[in-house]
Write a protein that binds this ligand. Structure first.
Ligand code: CA
Length: 319
């Protein structure tokens, strides 16, 4: 069983190979074999202006100091703009962005263009901070974790797609088995509420970037690309998370409920036929990529515009 090993640098430069290597050497010394090393990155609050494509630019990260070991509980001490880097099997890694506890209005007001009845607003309280993958799960990450690559559009930095909800649950189970989190934490799909909370990143508008969404801000039907784009090709939202609007839809944990429950840490109905996915894709128009827009399908379906991103959450939050 791999040890979960976290290193924190308050001003760490993840681009400095010496720093990253040092954390690996320390990890190898004490916890071989190591499948999981998380490195805390410096805060990246809105490093890139919303709406500006960032393709071919490295993510903004800050200068370094030597890492120090983190206790498991320190995962709960994140702040907006904080991210950590998690080592996956092989040479792959995954970056996670912190989503703090807080309250928000889930759904959309009736006056919002494109509003549908099942988006009726409810008040939601997120009681515990969690970490969301900064990007959609990529094919490179999938191949490192799972056998094969089912995606319709091939590319290591493209989001994995043609993965069913059941396939994704297998991947989450594999993460929990091989990239073992600290006690009290677990990998999961985001609940529908967690997903919308992270998508909005504090915004109350139709999109995280305002009341409109353009092809300069996301890969959507109006982009006329008719395919997926590499993750992080577009600017992140205020919490540093990319492609919550468009590129591929993202499976959520919940069964579909006709109405959203609201309240503290809602996770949807206890049973059902359909699973929720969120965020729109390269194949749907801007109105369907709205923060509040809901969609769903049977858990066995696979589409080339439907993928996922994992979250690291405190156990007992996502049942
Ligand atoms: Ca997406």
């Amino acid at each position: 069983m791999a040890a979960f090993n976290i290193y924190k640098g308050e001003m760490m430069d993840s681009h400095d190979p010496a720093i990253f290597l040092m954390s690996q050497v320390i990890a190898m010394k004490h916890f071989a074999p190591v499948f999981f090393t998380a490195v805390a990155l410096a805060a990246e609050p809105g490093g890139v202006p919303a709406g500006k494509p960032v393709q071919n630019q490295p993510p903004a990260e800050s200068p370094a100091s030597p890492p120090a070991a983190l206790e498991a509980g320190a995962l709960g001490d994140g702040a907006v703009g904080k991210s950590i880097r998690v080592k996956l099997p092989g040479d792959e890694e995954m970056k996670l962005c912190y989503c703090p506890p807080g309250s928000f209005m889930m759904g959309s007001p009736e006056g919002e263009a494109g509003h549908i009845a099942e988006e009726n607003q409810v008040s939601v309280r997120i009681t515990r901070g969690f970490w969301m993958a900064r990007t959609e799960f990529t094919q490179g990450q999938w191949e490192a974790l799972m056998a094969g690559n089912p995606s319709g559009f091939k590319g290591a930095k493209l989001p994995v797609e043609c993965v069913s909800w059941d396939d994704v649950q297998s991947a989450v189970a594999k993460l929990n088995a091989t990239v073992k989190p600290p006690a009290g934490w677990e990998w999961s799909l985001p609940s529908e509420a967690q997903w919308e909370y992270a998508c909005r990143a504090g915004s109350k508008t139709a999109f995280a970037f305002g009341d409109t969404l353009t092809s300069a801000q996301a890969n959507l039907k109006e982009s006329n690309l008719e395919k997926t784009t590499e993750v992080s090709s577009y600017a992140p939202n205020a919490w540093g998370i990319h492609d919550m609007h468009g590129n591929v839809w993202e499976w959520c944990l919940d069964y579909r409920g006709e109405k959203m429950a609201g309240g503290a840490d809602p996770t949807g109905p206890a049973a059902g036929t359909f699973r929720v996915f969120r965020g729109g894709s390269w194949d749907v128009s801007a109105g369907v990529c709205r923060s509040a827009r809901r969609s769903d399908d049977k858990p066995g379906v696979q589409y080339d515009d439907l993928g996922f991103r994992p979250v690291l959450v405190q156990r007992a939050v996502n049942p």
